[in-house]
Write a protein that binds this ligand. Structure first.
Ligand code: DX5
Ligand code: ZN
Length: 217
């Protein structure tokens, strides 16, 4: 299981996004948090910024849409240049149709679960996805404390993925740091989003390398 580290630009300087992307060269994807102030109580950026960022960096973009109406918006993020697009199942009207549309447009399709959303009702949807995101904080803000109580959900999801013999990646997002990444990896996560732990570090590229090493165990 190859480990991937995706720095979240939510903790970067939004006035210097191209430089901040370069500061983490060597990262697998750049995690871009899109918030609409409806699905979550915070507002970040939208399609035009993703379009510019995609032109400014060679690192593929992993867009995490914390927005209402992802059925309408997600395809536009693929067109804007995102390599992976994550929608929240709590907001999607038709998750299977949406995942198929994202894939048909040429990006990886990913679905996110808030902390209180169980995985079990979605077991049959897993083959439609390239990645599943388990939130380890309530979505909306960087720098929150990791929710340990999500570890059993990560473990159960990894078991479901194995049971069905699927290749999909299992991503965790929220409070992932040197103090928590090993527990996430041990529970079965293989893609790690880190915002404050990377951009809050003296040397972000070194923080990515150190997290990768820890997750690889
Ligand atoms: C939170 C976002 C995260 C955030 C993580 O809603 O989805 O991607 O940037 O930040 P840290 O790693 O600081 O918890
Ligand atoms: Zn995120």
């Amino acid at each position: 299981m190859a480990v991937q580290i995706n720095p979240s630009i939510l903790s970067a300087d939004f006035a210097r996004l191209a430089d901040e992307a370069k500061a983490v060269e060597g990262a697998d994807f750049l995690h871009v948090d899109v918030m609409d102030n409806h699905f979550v109580p915070n507002l970040t950026l939208g399609v035009p910024v993703v379009e510019s960022l995609a032109r400014a960096t060679d690192t593929p973009l992993d867009c995490h849409l914390m927005i209402e109406a992802p059925d309408r918006w997600a395809p536009q993020y693929v067109e804007a240049g995102a390599s992976s697009v994550t929608f929240h199942v709590e907001a999607a009207a038709a998750p299977v149709r949406l995942a198929r549309e994202i894939r048909a447009k040429g990006a990886r399709a990913s679905m996110a679960l808030k902390p209180a959303t169980p995985i079990e009702p979605y077991e049959d949807l897993l083959p439609e996805l390239d990645m599943l995101l388990i939130m380890t904080v309530e979505p909306g803000f960087g720098g929150q404390a990791f929710l340990d109580i999500m570890l059993p959900k990560i473990r159960r999801t990894r078991e479901l993925i194995s049971k069905h013999g699927l290749q999909l990646w299992l991503q965790v997002d929220g409070g992932v740091s040197a103090a928590t990444i090993e527990r996430c990896a041990e529970a079965g996560a293989d893609v790690f989003v880190a915002g404050s732990a990377v951009y809050g570090a003296e040397d972000p590229a070194e923080a990515v390398r150190a997290l990768r090493k820890q997750a690889e165990g």
